[in-house]
Design a protein around this ligand. Structure first.
Ligand code: B12
Length: 211
């Protein structure tokens, strides 16, 4: 089995110890950590598919997610390395209220920070008002809203509507993401863009600021 296959198996088995070992191995042996992150991400999505098909139960899915998070904790400092003092822009990011999925959001935050953005990560299950208050407080240029559930996506729309009500919509670029997000939804709610993964999120953030 190759390295990527091992990563996939570790996540699907919810084997936290092995996942951590593989993450550390990627770092110590100078293996491209994006390869490991891609393999882990594919595996966690496969766990989701198995959950949907009834092959996996919630405790198994949770264990896979915990393994993925353990790997991300190991990778985060590496992803943030090389950051210089130049700040490209200020970003407020979080997962919308009612939604506890935070793996993808954390990955996007880590890469934005690595690129040179000042990132204010509010975590998961974040109330709409907290996004807005923080963005005003730090004078952010971008608000990034993650939603992984079809039932919580509507929070992205509500946030934009509240900005409009407060006459603050034009102050911020609004980027949205998460598995259920489509270009159609972006247009429908009047967001400034969406991206399917962390690398394209960084490109998009630069694009909307024209840098
Ligand atoms: C891991 C996981 C969990 C973990 C979450 C752990 C954690 N700390 O995050 C646990 C087990 C806790 C969990 C719980 C639940 N889950 Co869940 N979960 C998943 C799973 C398998 C993977 C999500 C993930 O981490 N992917 C890996 C990351 C790297 O990818 P990502 O999140 O998509 O993020 C990338 C992009 O989307 C993008 N991105 C993400 N955010 C943003 C933001 C911006 C601004 C931008 C630009 C880009 C961007 O970049 C990211 C990096 O590449 C998905 C399946 C799936 N296909 O997504 C189901 C899934 C999302 N879950 C689902 C469900 C139903 C639930 C539960 C309701 C289950 C239950 N019955 O209790 C609960 C929800 C509780 C709640 N209130 O939130 C469903 C949702 C179905 C739907 N239509 O809404 C899914 C699709 C599984 C399924 N197929 O049924 N879940």
């Amino acid at each position: 089995m190759n390295f990527a296959d091992n990563c996939k198996e570790a996540i699907l088995n919810g084997d936290i110890g092995l996942t951590e070992k593989l993450a550390n191995k990627a770092i110590s042996e100078n293996i491209d950590i994006n390869l490991a992150i891609d393999a882990f991400s594919l595996a966690i999505r496969e766990a989701g598919d198995l959950f949907e098909e009834g092959e996996f139960f919630l405790p198994e899915l949770m264990r896979s997610a915990e393994a993925m998070k353990a790997a991300m904790t190991i990778f985060e400092p590496i992803l943030k390395e090389g950051k210089d003092d130049r700040i490209l822009g200020k970003v407020v990011i979080g997962t919308i209220e009612g939604d506890i999925h935070d793996i993808g959001k954390t990955l996007v935050a880590a890469l934005l920070s690595a690129e040179g953005f000042e990132v204010h990560d509010l975590g998961a299950d974040v109330p709409i008002s907290a996004f807005i208050d923080k963005a005003v407080e730090v004078d952010a240029q971008i608000i990034c809203i993650s939603a992984l559930l079809t039932t919580t996506m509507v929070g992205q729309k509500k946030l934009i509507n509240q900005l409009k009500e407060k006459k603050l919509r034009d102050k911020f670029k609004i980027l949205i993401g998460g598995a259920p997000i489509s270009k159609k939804w972006v247009k429908e709610i009047g967001a400034d863009g969406s991206a399917e993964n962390a690398v394209s999120s960084v490109k998009l953030a630069r694009e909307v600021l024209g840098i």
